[in-house]
Design a protein around this ligand. Sequence first.
Ligand SMILES: [Zn+2]
Length: 56
Amino acid sequence: MADSLHTRYMAASDAWRIHRKGCEPCQIKQPCETGAPLFERLTRLQDAYLNHLRNH
Ligand SMILES: [Zn+2]
């Protein structure tokens, strides 16, 4: 279970990083329309993952 959460967290992190790398708005101000859901997903999974670490 922890592995799959970690895997999803890593996948979301990769997706965001890869998008951000080629997207100027995401780098200099705020996430664009494409980047926003990626960033939101990463934030959510990061919270869940850190929460999981704290509770175990
Ligand atoms: Zn973007």
